[in-house]
Design a binder for this molecule. Structure first.
Ligand code: GDP
Ligand code: MG
Length: 180
């Protein structure tokens, strides 16, 4: 009996959030499984490609867009957001302000980016740097916030330790695959 593999999927996922929360480190960890302590904030948009084997017979081509140092230049974000299928909004657990600003990022995505049926694109909230002491954000606040603002889910991550990096992407990809 012959078996024909389903065609490769292509997804564009954008990674946004305040400067220094760990976006570039996240993409590096996920795509190359490395962590560099002094990653230089590059200027412009970087994107990384990863081929993900999904279940037994499906391949996903995943484009991860890293806003790379342009976080404050909101005039260019429309290009960046264009045709995105999914989104990761990241903050730093040791930086209360970066958590507050995730709402600004969410509204920005929702205003510039919708699926073909007009609904918002799936968005995952990541609470990064969970390896560090001196947290400034309460877990109950995150829990209430992600529900109120329609994220598909949230989790703590540490790109430094590699914690929940793969799992969080898997969660998002699962939602994207189900939407097809
Ligand atoms: P970006 O500006 O959002 O792209 O942030 P970067 O990925 O450049 O990271 C900013 C700084 O935070 C760097 O010094 C990283 O080494 C550090 N960093 C990123 N993720 C983590 C993490 O999970 N834990 C810790 N302790 N530091 C991190
Ligand atoms: Mg960066």
């Amino acid at each position: 009996k012959s078996f024909r593999a389903p065609p490769e999927k292509l997804f564009k996922v954008i990674v946004i959030g305040d400067p220094t929360v760990g976006k570039t480190s996240f993409v590096q960890r996920y795509v190359q499984n490395t962590f560099k302590k002094d990653y230089k904030g590059t200027v412009g948009v970087d994107f990384a490609l990863k081929i993900v084997q999904w279940r037994d017979h499906q391949k996903i081509k995943l484009q991860l867009w890293d806003i790379a140092g342009q976080e404050r230049f909101t005039w260019m974000t429309r290009v960046y957001y264009k045709d995105a299928h999914g989104c990761i909004i990241m903050f730093d657990l040791t930086n209360q302000n970066s958590f507050k600003n995730t709402l600004k990022w969410k509204k920005d995505v929702d205003s510039k980016c919708t699926l073909s049926d007009g609904s918002p694109i799936p968005c995952m909230l990541l609470a990064n740097k969970c390896d560090l002491p001196h947290r400034q954000v309460d877990i109950n606040d995150i829990e209430a916030f992600y529900k109120e603002h329609n994220f598909i889910g949230w989790t703590e991550t540490s790109t430094k330790e590699g914690l929940m990096v793969n799992d969080s992407m898997k969660f998002l990809l699962d939602v994207l695959m189900r939407q097809e």
